[in-house]
Design a protein around this ligand. Structure first.
Ligand code: HEC
Length: 150
């Protein structure tokens, strides 16, 4: 018997290996999708105000400067954890007022500091944004970002 790999054996390894890893790949994709849409976030808790906040976020292109969960531009702070940074888990009302106050008072005009433009947002829109930030902050990101600054 020859020690060399026959064409038949090579073909079987190729097809067998391809199918084996394809099955693993599909299983991992399915696992990621179920985790992302099920266990890690809480879809059923999305209120009209959270949805409004997301639309305000998109319409005003906040992502042109900010990141949210790492996605976006790196000019301004990460906002996926801004709710926690403002102490929202201990004092929700204080965090809400703090974030809304910040947005209303831009630009600061402080020399040498990056500026955020002024957005003419209604109270409903501002509260929606805060609700959207709070919801986003509660997504289980498996401890990402690793520090408060994002
Ligand atoms: C042109 C760029 C730009 C855009 C667009 C922008 N921001 Fe900002 N934003 C900034 C900068 C720069 C800072 C930080 C400024 C500073 O620290 O003085 C900031 C800070 C913030 C903060 C405070 C973050 C913290 O940790 O203190 C919040 C909240 C915020 N932005 C929300 C928004 C929202 C909501 C939008 C969209 C409606 C938006 N930003 C659009 C540039 C921008």
């Amino acid at each position: 018997m020859s020690e060399r790999l026959t064409k038949n054996a090579a073909r079987n390894i190729f097809f067998g290996g391809t199918i084996f890893f394809l099955v693993i790949f599909i299983a991992l994709v399915a696992n990621s999708v179920f985790y992302a849409t099920g266990a890690s976030s809480h879809h059923s808790e999305i209120t009209p105000s959270i949805a409004l906040g997301k639309r305000v976020w998109e319409r005003n292109a906040c992502i042109d400067c900010h990141t949210i969960l790492g996605e976006g531009a790196y000019f301004a702070p990460e906002l996926g954890n801004v709710w926690a940074r403002y102490g929202g888990f201990d004092d929700p009302q204080g965090a809400r007022e703090g974030i809304i106050g910040w947005i209303k008072n831009q630009p600061t005009g402080i020399e040498g500091r990056r500026q955020m433009p002024h957005f003419n947002l209604s109270d409903k829109e501002l509260n929606g944004l805060v609700d959207f930030f709070e919801w986003t902050n509660k997504i289980n990101t498996q401890h990402w970002p690793p520090n408060d600054a994002g």
